[in-house]
Design a protein around this ligand. Structure first.
Ligand SMILES: C[S@@+](CC[C@H](N)C(=O)[O-])C[C@H]1O[C@@H](n2cnc3c(N)ncnc32)[C@H](O)[C@@H]1O
Length: 267
């Protein structure tokens, strides 16, 4: 309790210092909220996702973009500079504080950006949520988007929810629209490295098609059998565009991201 209060004070003080020094980017959330997206550098990771959206998913400035599980705007921040006035951004998330912070921050100066809270349950991020992600209909019409991003989201969903989110992503993309999604993909090489114990994160609890890092809280980190992901994408009319960009989690392969990134196109 005392330790938590001390940490909170320290983070507030550091944020205050940034403000005083004029170093505060208004689209970078305060440190107390940043913890929810993991340990990576908020700005550098967001910029790397934008680069991938452009190079691998063909994002153009005038596109309509959906950010599935938008969190505290790590992907929205670089998009705010990249998208032109013709472009638009919709983000949704189960975390009410994350969505509230983004909605407040982007309200001024970013008219094409909208954030929506969906109250479905995720044991890690929204344990008191009332709905089920398994049954969620994304709150958008069919064929609404040119590009959808889901970064570090499927890595927190059980298989039935992940399958639903792939189906819904396909539904809201226009024909030819692209989905960029990140996963911990279990192919032969990743499985070998897991067996050797040389990966940056271990998934010892296998429940095909998923494997969990922590059996007590599966949503903390979920890996998927790569063949299953490809099969489900195909079943929902999403064609994998190119080989996944491998992340560094599985023993330093690929990069620059930690997770594996995959781009699929709506048929
Ligand atoms: C590690 S964070 C990543 C956030 C963001 N995509 C990014 O790359 O910064 C995982 C996010 O997924 C959200 N999330 C978890 N379950 C979800 C669900 N069923 N639907 C939408 N978002 C979900 C969490 O609230 C959290 O913001």
């Amino acid at each position: 309790m005392i330790a938590r209060a001390a940490t909170s004070l320290r983070l507030r003080a550091l944020d205050g210092l940034d403000r005083l020094r004029g170093r505060r980017d208004p689209l970078v959330p305060p440190r107390r909220l940043r913890g929810t997206v993991g340990d990576s550098d908020f700005v550098a990771t967001g910029d790397a996702v934008l680069a991938l959206l452009v190079s691998a998913a063909g994002l153009r400035p005038g596109d309509r973009v959906l950010d599935v599980g938008c969190g505290i705007g790590r992907v929205a921040r670089p998009l705010a500079r990249h998208l032109s006035p013709e472009g638009s951004y919709e983000g949704f998330d189960v975390s009410a504080p994350a969505v509230a912070w983004c909605a407040r921050r982007y309200a001024r100066g970013h008219p094409g950006f909208r954030f929506t809270h969906v109250d479905v349950r995720n044991a890690r991020y929204n344990p008191s949520g009332t709905g089920s992600a398994r049954e969620l209909r994304f709150p958008y019409p069919d064929a609404e988007f040119d590009v959808a991003a889901a970064t570090s989201v499927f890595t927190h969903l059980p298989a039935d929810e992940a399958d639903r989110y792939l189906a819904e992503s396909a539904r809201v993309l226009r024909p030819g629209g692209r989905l960029l999604a990140t996963f911990f993909l279990l192919d032969g090489a990743a499985r070998r490295r897991l067996a050797e114990g040389t990966t940056a994160i271990a998934f010892p609890h296998e429940h095909w098609p998923a494997a969990f890092a922590d059996a007590a809280l599966p949503e903390a980190a979920v890996a998927y059998d790569e063949a299953w992901v490809r099969e489900r994408l195909g079943a929902h009319g999403l064609r994998v565009r190119s080989e996944p960009v491998r992340g560094t989690w599985s023993a330093g392969r690929g990069g620059p991201g930690f997770q594996d990134a995959l781009v699929a196109e709506r048929a």
